[in-house]
Design a protein around this ligand. Structure first.
Ligand SMILES: *[C@@H]1O[C@H](CO)[C@@H](O)[C@H](O)[C@H]1NC(C)=O
Ligand SMILES: *[C@@H]1O[C@H](CO)[C@@H](O)[C@H](O)[C@H]1NC(C)=O
Length: 240
């Protein structure tokens, strides 16, 4: 069984940073302490700890995302998301009495990979396949996760409830830039108006295409936090 101190030595030591034993230092309800821990450990945690089975979140590899909404079939294959390590964590509250974890963060992220598209976007028909890149600037993400206890070999651990996908909201504040190579088999006369339309109407387009993308990404994040919670006994999370 891993102790909190060993886990943190591992996480923070891996980065060569000095060990900041937040979990043993934060008292229940000390939100400022929790927030500063969340901020300082984020860049290290998102890099992953393969020895402990924590996958990297930055870069995050996503083999397939499929979206089929409003007459548009969209497939993103072999994608890579970067940028999560630069997220600004604005809120991180662990309410152990009500079993809630509140998280609010703002990030700039980039998704790249291979796409296939067929259908209609707003008023224009679109089709193609090739490389894509989507730059998302200033996306604010907020989640109020339900937590519960799970017993592992007689020891209580925190876990995130399975209804996590109903607990988050997000909004892109600053803008989105879409790049799709080889639309209409490389016919620039057809491709340019579509790209211009996508980039001019990024807000509407994101509302249509982003839900399945965001759900996959959040799923990986929830898995990472679940792994972290699962590796520390619940009664070792805070100093008494
Ligand atoms: C995924 O992308 C990488 C890098 O571009 C490439 O080397 C690899 O062959 C791709 N894999 C698939 C299954 O397309
Ligand atoms: C979370 O827990 C609360 C209170 O137990 C419950 O009402 C709610 O439906 C749960 N799920 C979500 C998604 O908030």
């Amino acid at each position: 069984m891993l102790t909190v101190a060993a886990l943190l030595c591992f996480i923070l030591g891996a980065n060569g940073a000095s060990v900041s034993p937040f979990l043993t230092m934060c008292k229940v309800g000390d939100d400022a302490c929790l927030l500063s821990f969340a901020k300082s450990s984020l860049p290290v945690l998102v890099k992953g700890i393969p020895e402990m089975g924590f996958h990297s979140l930055d870069p995050m590899y996503i083999s397939l995302i499929v979206s089929d909404e409003s007459g548009l079939k969209l497939k993103f294959k072999n994608s890579t998301l970067t940028g999560l390590s630069g997220c600004l964590i604005e809120k991180f509250k662990f309410d152990h009495l009500n079993k809630k974890l509140l998280l609010k963060a703002t990030c700039d992220v980039t998704l790249t990979g291979d796409y296939e598209v067929k259908g209609q976007v707003l008023i224009l028909p679109v089709e193609g396949n090739g490389k894509y890149k989507i730059d998302i600037h200033g996306v604010t993400f907020k989640s109020l996760l339900n937590l519960s206890y799970v017993e592992k070999s007689g020891v209580s651990h925190w876990k995130i409830d399975d209804d996590w996908s109903e607990t988050y909201k997000y909004k892109v504040r600053d803008g989105v830039v879409f790049h799709f190579e080889n639309l209409f088999n490389g016919n620039k006369i057809l491709a340019e108006p579509v790209l211009e339309m996508l980039n001019t109407n990024w807000e509407v387009i994101m509302e249509e295409i982003s839900p399945p993308i965001v759900k996959v990404i959040v799923g990986y994040e929830v898995e990472a936090v679940s792994n972290l919670l699962g590796s520390v006994p619940a009664d070792e999370f805070f100093i008494q």
